[in-house]
Design a protein around this ligand. Structure first.
Ligand SMILES: [Zn+2]
Length: 669
């Protein structure tokens, strides 16, 4: 079996990764890998805003999975950390990724030591959950998107595994101001004044960064965590985008010459998500991120994160010390008794999953499905007529007027209730992996719970790894919950959800410190084979008789100045025919002697690929591909052309065939 690169030492039960034999150890085995996870770029409902009209119609940035394998030669344990440009990592995704890893690597990788975290971009294709609530915007499951995501994450981990080599990890942390804002300040203010007084801000400003260097001195990547929603791009856009974190990664990787085509080792820069539940990048209020449009706002937010990460990266000299360790349990989140130690006096209980009415009125940094302020059951019935909306509550859900009780839907609940709790230590850094979006204060309390257990064992840095391994809404504090703003309304399991988490992570941290094991908990259901596809795929592609696929419909001008935008439209096929993973739908090429050299692709910031249906007779199945290139100010003057690559599906034999089209040659002055 491959994969014994992890030092080959036996993993002893009760062996401690923190102190014990690994205390003071500074060497790790580290490997990084990156892979494309961009799903269908047209006609798939997007994941995040639950806006039914928001369907993919092109690519601004490709989505990536960024993976790190970290092993300790000292105790033989290893963990995988992945940050993926996704709205969420759903349970079914983790289940499939682990199954594929185990098919090759056996028990080397499992639920317990694989941590998959989403950046929470709201601009990716959806339909990749196995639970109905999260497939509403796509009218069901989208197998092509699910496959692109699962296979891409899996491939990124395989690459990280193959690149595993001895090295060291160094740490830096510092504040990034002026890049985030609390979007529910009234709820935040309900937290006790003495607690709030301990913090300078109403969101966490700290960016924590790990720098990975293989021996003797090969820089292979970084991970940083900073809590901010990836909602710089609003719900009116139809381009696939990694949003502000995707752009920050792109900037860092571009500066390091990262190769996205998968050839050889490459630098991987993960901008990962943390406790961003009530944190918006739109620092001027509402949906205003400071740019003239959302693209510019994304640029501003991404660049701030990139620049802070760059300075932290340069100053990251403190070595991580210790081994690698982890604990993982599944809990039935809707049926937990919470001890008085975590509730402030009396025992409490979690509730069947339900969301409140204000979840509909103020969704993710924008108006929700219920139609903005003052959402009502009537508005909701317009969207989901099958749903019982009562606006009554239960004793368990306390202040929450229930709009939908997902937990009692048949035959399966509409959102998962058996959920993973995972605690990972890499040297003296602890990662608290939660399948939720935690608000600022919820994250702080959970970090304190873990810190109280692990600080005596040498842990100095505790980080929330948000949106990890599954997804089931938000977690607000008990006080914030009472206000029933968006985050409280989206706290599925009731007012004591955070207390239940604290209780669970207290046990995980204690077990990790003491080197004991915990019962694995109930197994979550696997609904992979229960998915219904409601929308048909591409039937076939058509074009007018007198053209070929790839022919130019509207060509470039003869010449351009830098800063201008070149636009070329081609007769094309539907991008669902082939997502071109690790590839591109476009190339901007410059003439270099007898050759044409690529200068930009579909993931570059200055390009856009737009798909449009074109109503040609008689079948209405024609497609136009618009390629745009905004010429950067530092472009080399010369002769250029635009190339479009795609795939079309034949109505005669059902086969999918590639095509390629080229614009006229134009001059950049
Ligand atoms: Zn969110």
């Amino acid at each position: 079996m491959e994969g014994q690169t992890g030092g080959g030492l036996p993993v002893g039960q009760g062996e401690q990764g923190l102190g014990g034999t690994c205390a003071g150890q500074q060497s790790f085995l580290i490997g990084s890998g990156i892979h494309d996870i961009t799903g269908p770029a047209a006609e798939v409902g997007m994941m995040g805003y639950v806006e039914l009209k928001q369907q993919t119609a092109g690519i601004h940035q490709r989505l990536r999975s960024r993976a790190f394998v970290i092993a300790s030669p000292c105790n033989g344990k290893r963990v995988v950390f992945v940050s993926a440009d996704l709205g969420m990592v759903f349970q079914g995704v983790k289940q499939q990724v682990v199954q594929r890893l185990q098919a090759i690597f056996g028990q080397l990788y499992s639920d317990d030591n694989v941590l998959l975290s989403a950046t929470h971009t709201h601009s990716g294709p959806g339909g990749y959950s196995h639970y109905a609530l999260y497939n509403l915007s796509t009218f069901g499951f989208e197998p092509k998107n699910f496959e692109a995501i699962v296979e891409g994450i899996y491939q990124s981990i395989v690459r990280a595994h193959e690149h595993l080599a001895p090295g060291r990890i160094t740490l830096a942390a510092g504040d990034l101001l002026d890049a985030s804002r609390n979007r529910s300040p009234e709820a935040y203010r309900l937290n006790p004044p003495e607690e709030r007084a301990r913090y300078a801000y109403d969101t966490d400003k700290r960016m924590t960064l790990l720098r990975f260097t293989q021996d003797p001195d090969v820089e292979v990547g970084l991970i940083n965590w900073f809590a901010v929603h990836t909602t710089s791009m609003g719900m009116e856009h139809q381009y696939i985008s990694g949003d502000n974190k995707g752009y920050a990664s792109y900037l860092f990787e571009k500066a390091r010459g990262t190769r996205y085509d998968g050839t050889g080792d490459t630098f991987v820069a993960a901008f990962a998500q943390s406790n961003e539940g009530d944190v918006t990048p739109n620092i001027h209020g509402g949906e205003d991120g400071g740019g003239r449009d959302d693209f510019e706002s994304t640029e501003i937010s991404g660049r701030k994160q990139y620049e802070r990460a760059t300075s932290l990266y340069a100053s990251a000299t403190t070595p991580l010390t210790g081994g690698v360790d982890y604990r993982h349990v599944y809990v039935k989140m809707d049926d937990m008794t919470v001890q008085p130690a975590f509730t402030g006096g009396t025992p409490a209980h979690t509730c069947p999953a339900a969301f409140g009415i204000s979840m509909l009125s103020g969704a993710e940094d924008g108006p929700g499905v219920g139609g903005g302020e003052g959402a009502t059951c009537a508005a909701m019935h317009d969207v989901w007529s099958a749903v019982t909306c009562t606006t009554t509550t239960t004793h368990c859900q306390a202040e929450k007027p229930i709009a939908l009780e997902m937990g009692s839907m048949k035959p399966f609940p509409w959102s998962p209730e058996v959920l993973p709790m995972q605690l990972v230590t890499v040297g003296n850094v602890a990662l608290v992996a939660v399948p939720f979006e935690l608000t600022t204060m919820a994250g702080r309390r959970l970090r304190e719970t873990v810190r109280a257990q692990l600080a005596p064992a040498g842990v100095t840095e505790v980080v929330i790894a948000g949106l990890s391994n599954a997804y089931s809404g938000y977690v607000a504090t008990r006080e914030e919950y009472a206000k029933q703003e968006y985050e409280g309304a989206s706290t599925h399991f009731g007012p004591w959800t955070l207390a239940a988490l604290q209780q669970e992570f207290d046990a995980l941290a204690r077990a990790l410190r003491e080197g004991t094991s915990l019962p694995p908990g109930p197994k979550p259901r696997d609904l992979y084979h229960q998915q219904n596809r409601l929308r048909p795929g591409v039937l076939f592609d058509d074009k007018p008789l007198w053209v070929d696929f790839g022919d130019v419909f509207a060509d470039a001008h003869e010449s351009y100045d830098r800063g201008e935008t070149v636009r070329v439209t081609f007769w094309g096929g539907h991008p669902k025919n082939n997502p071109r993973l690790q590839g591109t739908y476009l190339r901007v090429q410059r003439r270099a002697g007898p050759l044409w050299e690529d200068v930009a692709y579909d993931w570059d910031w200055e390009t856009k690929y737009t798909w449009r249906r074109s109503y040609c007779l008689p079948t209405l199945a024609c497609s136009h591909a618009l390629i745009e290139w905004t010429i950067p100010p530092d472009a080399v003057p010369g002769s250029y052309r635009i190339v479009h690559e795609g795939d079309w599906k034949s109505g005669w034999d059902g086969r999918v065939r590639p095509y390629r089209g080229t614009s006229r040659t134009f001059t950049v002055r």
